[in-house]
Write a protein of this length. Structure first.
Ligand code: FAD
Lengths: 243, 572
C-alpha cells in the first residue's frame, strides 16, 4: 500500500522520467520489505560501487480501476493502462536483458526481443500483485543510474559495457554486502521477469525447445526417445515399466 | 434471445440459472415436450465467438496471469466473476473463511469447469449405512445408474473400464478412449503402484472422437488449448455448445439473460406461482409464472433464494420446515503437494500438452482399511496429478531461477522445464453443524437483495484426511527420487479454505424424511411439490468424486418425472 500522496508520486514520476533523482546518502530505510537475499556482514564494497548511494525507496499507488475489467474482449486482448517507463529506462532493461539471456545459437537475446516492453507493461500494471515489482524495478533503475553516474558520469543506459558487467556481477553476489541487499533483491526479481517474459515469447519457446501450441488429430503420447529415457529412469529407481 | 413475451405467462416451467443443473433441466424438459422459460442472471454468451482457443501468453496482458479482474487468468472464460462478483458481495462470519466462486454468464460455470466426471459409487449413496456418519441418500446407485448412462451419452466423456471397487465404469460404447499417458504420469503410476496405490485412466467430459449432430455438432479434442478458456469446438463439455442449443432447437425454450431472480412467489402455502426477477440492465422488476419452478442458481444461491422467499406461511424461509435450508454446506476437501524430480530433468522434450487435463489419476483405494477402522477419517479422496514441460512465467523465482546468467541460465532453464509433479487432493467432506449459509441481516447486493453470510469450520475428519494424503503423496515423490516442495506442511496448514475447490453443495439436501431434508428423491421440496432444486444444493452427501455429473444426472431424472406429471395434468 502506498503512503505517498498522489501529488508526490506524480512529481517523482516526472523526475524519474527526465532525470536521476538526487539520492540522499542515508542508510537503507528500515521500513522497506527485505528481499530474500543473503547478506554478508562486513564485506567490502565491490570495486566501482558506492555504498553511500542509498535505496531510493519510493512507492507508486495501485489503481485497479485502470485494469481491463471483469469482461474484457478475449479475442482482442489489450493492456489498457498507461506505461511508466521512459525510453532510457527501457534501454537499460534491454541491456540487462541481454546480460541475463544473451543471444546464442538457440535464439535472440532477451534485450533483442525488447523484453523491456513486457517489463514496462508488468510494472505499470494497476493491480496490487504487481505493485511490489513496480517498487523494486523503478527504484532499482534509479539506483543503477545513480551508481553509473557516479562511476562514469553517464546514466546506466549510456554507460560502457564494462560498467554494465561490473554492476551486474556485483548484483549476482551471493551473499551480498549489506548495501546491496535491496539492489540485489530488485535484480533477482527483474531476472524473473526477464526470464518469464522471454520464454513466453515465440522466440523464447523456440529457444528452450518447447513443443506444443499445435492442434493435432490424435495425441501421440511420448516420443520413442522419451520412452527410452523413462525406461532408464525406472530401471535406476528399480521400478517396473507400468503396464 | 431476450423476449418481452417471456415476461408473461405461457410457460410450463421456469428454471432459474443456466449452469450445469439448469441447462440439463431445460434440455430434459424441452425434449419431453414441456415449454420452458430459463432465467439467467449473467449475460448471453457464445463460445464460438468469444473463446480465444489459440491465443498465446504474450498476446495477453501480463502474459495472461490471474488478476483480481480475471482470477484464473486473462483467457479464462469466467465473466463478471471469480471469487467476487462486482456489486454482489457475500460475507463470512468473523475469523472464518469461505470463498464463493461465481460467474455471470449463460451456461454458468460449465463454461470453465475442470470436466472431471467420476460417478458416485454404491457406497457413496449410502454413507450412513456404512460408517454411521451423515445421512443416506433416498436413492441407490442402481436407481441412478441409468441416468448416469443417459447423461454421459449427451455430455460425452473419455474413460476406461477400470473395474475398481465403488468406482463405477460407464457401460461399453459410451466413453471415448483416454489419451495416452505422458512420461510423468507413467512415472507416478510406477511409483504409486509400487507402494500399493492405484493410478488409472481418468474420466473427463472431453471428447476424443467427433460427436456429429445436426444442431450441436462437437469435435474431438485437438490437444493444445486450456479447457478453462471454454471450448469453441465443443470437445470439452459446456452447456453453451451442447444442451442449450439442443434445447433451443426444440422450439420450446425461451432464454432470458441478465435476469437476476430475487425470490419465489407463492400461489398458496404449498404451491409456487412463479418468480420475481430484476433485469440487470434496467433495474426493472418482473414477475413471471408457471406450473412449476426449478431452482438451479448454484447450491448457495439457491438456498439464498429459498431463504429470501420467506413469507407468513414459511417464516424461516421457503420450504424450510426442516431448518435444513442453507445447512449441511459442503465443499470438496482440497490439499496440495508437489515434488521436484531430478530424474525428470533434462529428459528428451516432446509434445506433452495432451488434453489439458490429467490422463491418469489416483482414485481412492483404502475402503477395506476404513471399514476395519484403521484410518482416523471416514471417507475417501483422490489425487488429480499434474506435471509436464511448463514454460517459465512472470512469477518465476526461487528454486526455479538458478542464480546464473547467460548460457548457464539457458541450459538450466531447459533442464528444469519438465521436472515438477503435482498432487491435488480432492476429498469427501462430511457435513457438520459449523458449516452453513444464512441471510446476512445487514448487507444487500446492488439490486437490494439480501446477501449470504457463510460460516465455516473444518472438522478433524478432513484435517486427518489431508495429513494422510500428504504422507501418501510424499511417499510417492520419494519413491520417484524427488524432493517435496512443502515438506513442513501438516493436514491443518495445508487444507484449503472452504469453497476453494468450487464444489459447493448440500444446502437443500434430499432425503427420505421431511424432518431432516428439504427435497424428496425427485428433487421436489417436501413442502412445495411444484418447486424443485436441480443444482448442487440437492446433494445429500458430497463424495470426493466431483459432483457435477451427478448434479446433471439427477436434474435430468427429476425433470423426466416432472414432465410426466405435468403431462398428466399435475400443477395445472
Ligand atoms: C475452475 C472450476 C473447475 C471445476 N472443475 C470441476 C470438475 O472438474 N468436475 C466437477 O464435477 N465440477 C467442477 N467444478 C464445479 C462445477 O462447475 C459446478 O459443480 C457446477 O457448475 C454446478 O452447477 P450448478 O448448476 O449448481 O451451478 P452453476 O454452473 O454455477 O450455474 C448457476 C447459474 O445460475 C445463475 N444464477 C445465479 N444466481 C441467479 C439468480 N439469482 N437468478 C438467475 N440466475 C442466477 C448463475 O449466473 C449461473 O449461470 C469446477 C468449477 C470451477 C469454477
Amino acid at each position: 500500500m502506498t503512503t505517498l500522496s498522489r501529488r508526490t508520486t506524480l512529481a517523482w514520476l516526472a523526475a524519474a522520467a527526465t532525470a536521476i533523482p538526487a539520492v540522499p546518502a542515508v542508510a537503507r530505510s528500515e521500513g522497506a520489505t527485505a528481499p530474500a537475499v543473503a547478506r554478508s556482514e562486513g564485506a567490502t564494497a565491490p570495486a566501482g560501487l558506492n555504498p553511500q548511494i542509498a535505496w531510493p525507496d519510493i512507492e507508486l499507488p495501485v489503481n485497479a480501476a485502470l485494469g481491463y475489467g471483469t469482461d474484457p474482449d478475449l479475442m482482442n486482448p489489450i493492456a489498457p493502462w498507461p506505461l511508466r517507463l521512459s525510453a532510457e529506462n527501457r534501454e537499460a532493461i534491454n541491456i540487462l536483458g541481454n546480460l541475463v539471456l544473451p543471444p546464442d545459437e538457440s535464439g535472440p537475446g532477451a534485450g533483442d526481443v525488447d523484453i523491456a516492453a513486457f517489463v514496462d507493461e508488468w510494472i505499470s500494471s494497476p493491480y496490487e500483485a504487481q505493485a511490489g515489482d513496480r517498487r523494486k524495478v523503478l527504484n532499482g533503475l534509479a539506483w543503477l543510474d545513480a551508481q553509473s553516474l557516479e562511476a562514469t558520469g553517464k546514466p546506466f543506459a549510456k554507460a560502457d559495457a564494462a560498467t554494465h558487467a561490473r554492476i551486474v556481477d556485483a548484483l549476482m553476489l551471493d551473499p551480498v554486502p549489506e548495501f546491496l541487499v535491496e539492489p540485489a533483491g530488485f535484480f533477482g526479481r527483474l531476472r524473473g521477469l526477464i526470464v518469464g517474459g522471454y520464454y513466453t515469447l515465440p522466440e523464447g519457446k523456440a529457444a528452450i525447445g518447447f513443443q506444443g501450441n499445435t492442434p493435432m488429430k490424435d495425441y501421440p503420447g511420448p516420443s520413442d526417445e522419451a520412452v527410452e529415457h523413462l525406461k532408464g529412469l525406472l530401471k535406476h529407481l528399480n521400478l517396473p515399466y507400468p503396464a | 434471445m431476450f423476449d418481452k413475451a417471456a415476461r408473461s405467462t405461457g410457460h410450463d416451467v421456469i428454471i432459474v440459472g443456466s449452469g450445469a443443473g439448469g441447462s440439463m433441466a431445460a434440455y430434459a424438459l424441452t425434449r419431453a415436450g414441456i415449454n420452458v422459460l430459463l432465467l439467467e442472471a449473467g449475460r448471453s454468451y457464445d463460445p464460438q465467438a468469444e473463446v480465444n482457443m489459440l491465443g498465446q501468453e504474450h498476446e495477453a496482458p501480463l502474459r495472461g496471469v490471474g488478476t483480481p479482474d480475471k482470477p484464473f487468468g486473462y483467457y479464462d472464460a469466467t465473466i463478471d466473476g471469480g471469487w467476487q462478483v462486482p456489486g454482489e458481495p457475500y460475507t463470512t462470519a468473523k475469523d472464518e473463511k469461505f470463498e464463493w466462486w461465481r460467474s455471470r454468464m449463460l451456461g454458468g460455470r460449465t463454461n470453465h469447469w475442470g470436466r472431471h466426471v467420476p460417478r458416485f459409487g454404491p457406497y457413496d449413496f449410502k454413507p450412513f449405512s456404512r460408517d454411521g456418519i451423515g445421512m443416506d441418500w433416498p436413492l441407490s446407485y442402481d436407481e441412478v445408474a441409468p441416468w448416469y448412462d443417459r447423461t454421459e451419452e449427451i455430455v460425452g466423456l473419455w474413460g476406461a473400464p477400470n473395474g475398481l471397487e465403488n468406482h463405477p465404469d460407464s457401460p461399453p460404447g459410451i466413453a471415448h478412449p483416454v489419451p495416452k499417458p505422458r512420461v510423468y504420469e507413467l512415472l507416478i503410476k510406477a511409483a504409486a503402484n509400487d507402494l500399493g496405490v492405484p493410478c488409472v485412466p481418468s474420466r473427463y467430459a472431453i471428447l476424443t472422437k467427433d460427436k456429429p449432430d445436426d444442431v450441436a455438432p462437437r469435435n474431438a479434442c485437438y490437444y493444445t488449448s486450456p479447457c478453462g478458456r471454454g471450448c469453441s469446438i465443443g470437445a470439452a463439455y459446456q452447456a453453451t455448445t451442447s444442451v442449450l442449443p439442443l434445447a433451443m432447437a426444440t422450439g420450446r425454450l425461451t432464454v432470458v439473460t441478465d435476469a437476476m431472480v430475487s425470490k419465489v412467489v407463492m400461489k398458496s402455502k404449498h404451491k409456487a406461482d412463479g418468480v420475481e426477477y430484476v433485469d440487470r440492465k434496467t433495474g426493472q422488476t418482473y414477475k413471471v409464472t408457471a406450473k412449476a419452478v426449478i431452482l438451479a442458481a448454484s447450491a448457495c444461491e439457491t438456498s439464498r433464494l429459498m431463504l429470501n422467499s420467506r413469507n407468513d406461511d414459511h417464516p424461516n424461509g421457503l420450504a424450510n420446515g426442516s431448518g435444513q435450508v442453507g445447512r449441511n454446506l459442503v465443499d470438496t476437501v482440497g490439499g496440495y503437494t508437489g515434488g521436484i524430480i531430478p530424474g525428470l530433468e533434462g529428459r528428451p522434450i516432446y509434445n506433452e500438452e495432451g488434453a489439458d487435463q490429467a490422463h491418469l489419476y489416483i482414485p481412492w483405494w483404502l475402503y477395506k482399511e476404513q471399514a476395519e477402522g484403521k484410518l482416523n477419517f471416514a471417507r475417501g479422496y483422490h489425487f488429480e496429478i499434474g506435471g509436464g514441460f511448463r514454460l517459465p512465467g512472470p512469477w518465476t523465482g526461487g528454486a526455479d531461477l538458478p542464480k546464473v546468467n547467460g548460457a548457464d541460465l539457458r541450459a538450466a532453464m531447459k533442464r528444469k522445464m519438465g521436472n515438477r509433479v503435482h498432487f491435488s487432493l480432492r476429498g469427501e467432506m462430511i457435513p457438520n453443524k459449523d458449516c452453513y449459509a444464512e441471510i446476512d441481516p445487514n448487507v444487500r447486493d446492488k439490486w437490494g437483495i439480501p446477501v449470504l453470510k457463510f460460516h465455516w469450520k473444518w472438522s478433524d475428519q478432513e484435517i486427518n484426511m489431508v495429513q494422510h494424503g500428504l504422507d501418501t503423496a510424499r511417499a510417492i515423490i520419494k519413491r520417484m527420487g524427488g524432493t517435496v516442495v512443502n515438506p513442513n506442511d501438516t493436514g491443518e496448514s495445508n487444507i484449503r479454505p472452504g469453497g476453494f475447490i468450487i464444489h459447493e453443495g448440500g444446502t437443500a439436501r434430499m432425503g427420505d424424511d421431511p424432518k431432516t431434508s428439504v427435497l424428496d428423491a425427485y428433487n421436489r421440496c417436501w413442502e412445495v411439490p411444484n418447486l424443485l432444486v436441480a443444482d448442487g444444493a440437492m446433494l445429500t452427501s458430497n463424495p470426493h468424486k466431483n459432483p457435477t455429473l451427478t448434479i446433471m444426472a439427477l436434474a435430468w431424472r427429476a425433470c423426466d418425472k416432472l414432465a410426466a406429471d405435468i403431462k398428466q395434468g399435475a400443477f395445472a
